[in-house]
Ligand binder design. Structure first.
Ligand code: LLP
Length: 453
């Protein structure tokens, strides 16, 4: 499902050897495959075609403007969760009506910007009509709203600025997405959205607002969600709510199903786009025929397997008892998922010993069926014991200077990277066929320190 594959014992990223990329651009390095990004987007679009959804790629999963632009050019909209991400959407060339803006803590400045366009807060007062014209060209398609005070605040700002906008109420359907507690959002104890009964009261109170039109619902139950059942349950409950609201005179025109579709951290770990669609599409086909429009907000299913992280081995330390510490230049500051969620990422040398004759497992798994492996912790340079990319992983022999590939690192890798321990942020490269270009240059130490000058 992706374009990172071993040929004759070497890892290739589309038409470029991974080791060449590491030599040319340095490490740690995030490498994305354009063909993989496009392939994943196309598969989702094809699987859900019957619903004619607007697929709003979740910027937070892999935020680089160039990654967003590839998808926007393919027809995607974007899911933003901050003023910064709304600005990324603009820079990616996304028409603002294809942007949905979620998040529990939007500030006034962020809301005004989303209503009126970047920098408009600082424009001289030039009359309501001119402002409204400007806003029409630049305002985002849908605010996803999480609470009563947030609704009141957005409605107030819209009224004060003379700009009409649309809102979706985020529903908390109280279903168990069976995922990590930190990324589970659809249970009633989470900070996200409002329950079904409260949603009815919400519409009765705000559903006829003149400035913020409330005619949509938003769901996002968690991520990654490796089963289709929780989606089915959440959608059924929400359709019941839509019918209840219709009986009270409120028409829901758009249903945003959120994201959370899984990715293959291990080979065939996740249901495919077609599997999710097989469960979801039949529930919604008739509703769509009746005029309901659908939004999806996939992040990782598009971006996770479209990226690898390349790291260079600095030292191999004997840990005693047959265990090795492989110390590389990437760690929790580069990819925090293993430290934060205990996430699994398949790791393998870009050119393993054994060369063309073998040395590469047939599947990406934690327990490869190959001779000559021994247990390793793959760790980074950070001064914390949480600084690991893998624990007790069976790996072949490696030496100082070898390049390791950390797979399925495209989602929540670079977008969650930090400068902890004053480590500059890595570079990002996009591969397109046999060409590679830098889409974010490596942060210079001077840039990191500049705000403190
Ligand atoms: N929509 C909303 C409202 C979200 O909160 C998220 C993710 C998505 C869409 C996209 O979810 P995806 O399709 O990428 O699973 N840092 C964690 C994931 C946090 C997800 C936050 N929200 C990780 O590394 O697994």
């Amino acid at each position: 499902m992706d374009h990172f594959e071993y040929r004759n014992g070497r890892l290739w990223c589309e038409g470029v050897p991974a080791e060449d990329l590491a030599a040319r651009f340095g490490t740690p390095l995030y490498v994305y495959s354009r063909a993989t990004l496009e392939g994943h987007y196309d598969r989702l679009a094809a699987a859900f075609a019957d619903l004619r959804p607007l697929i709003c790629y979740s910027i937070k999963s892999c935020s680089n403007v160039h990654v967003c632009r590839v998808l926007v050019e393919r027809g995607a909209g974007l899911d933003a969760v901050s003023g910064g991400e709304v600005e990324r959407a603009r820079r990616a060339g996304c028409p603002m009506e294809r942007v949905v803006y979620a998040g529990v803590g939007k500030t006034d400045a962020e809301i005004e910007d989303a209503l009126c366009g970047m920098g408009s807060a600082s424009l001289p007062a030039h009359g309501q009509a001119a402002r409204a014209r400007l806003a029409h060209a630049t305002r985002i398609g849908l605010f996803n709203i999480e609470s009563e005070p947030e609704f009141e605040n957005i409605a107030r700002l819209a009224r004060e600025r003379g700009v009409r906008c649309r809102g979706a109420l985020r529903i908390n359907p109280d279903v168990d997405p069976k995922t990590h507690a930190y990324t589970s959002t659809g249970r009633k104890e989470s900070k996200f959205g409002v329950g079904i009964a409260r949603a009815v009261r919400f519409f009765e109170r705000y559903g006829r607002d003149e400035w913020l039109t409330l005619d949509a619902l938003h769901l996002h139950i968690g991520s990654p969600v490796y089963e289709t059942g929780p989606y089915v349950e959440a959608i059924r409950k929400t359709l019941g709510l839509i019918d209840d609201l219709a009986g009270r005179g409120f028409t829901v025109r758009t249903l945003d199903l959120g994201g959370g579709f899984g990715a293959d951290y291990e080979t065939e770990r996740s249901p495919r786009a077609a599997d999710y669609a097989a469960a979801i599409v039949p529930l919604l086909r008739e509703r769509v025929a009746g005029g309901l429009s659908i939004i999806l907000e996939p992040g990782r299913q598009i971006s996770a397997n479209a990226g690898v992280l390349l790291t260079k081995v600095l030292y191999v330390k004997d840990g005693g008892g047959g265990k090795r510490f492989i110390i590389g230049d990437a760690g929790m500051h580069t990819l925090i998922r293993p430290a934060l969620y205990g996430s699994f990422h398949f790791i393998w040398p870009a050119s393993p010993a054994g060369g063309a004759s073998g040395g590469v497992p047939a599947r990406r798994t934690g327990v490869p069926d190959l001779p000559g492996l021994s247990p390793c912790d793959v760790v980074g340079p950070i001064c914390e014991s949480a600084d690991f990319l893998a624990k007790d992983r069976m790996l072949p022999p490696v030496s100082r200077g070898d390049v390791l590939a950390v797979f399925a690192a495209g989602a929540y890798g670079m977008s969650m990277a930090s400068t902890y321990n004053t480590q500059p942020l890595p570079a990002e490269v996009m591969v397109e066929g046999d060409a590679a270009r830098v889409i974010r240059r490596r942060q210079a130490l001077d840039e990191l320190l500049a705000p403190e000058a």
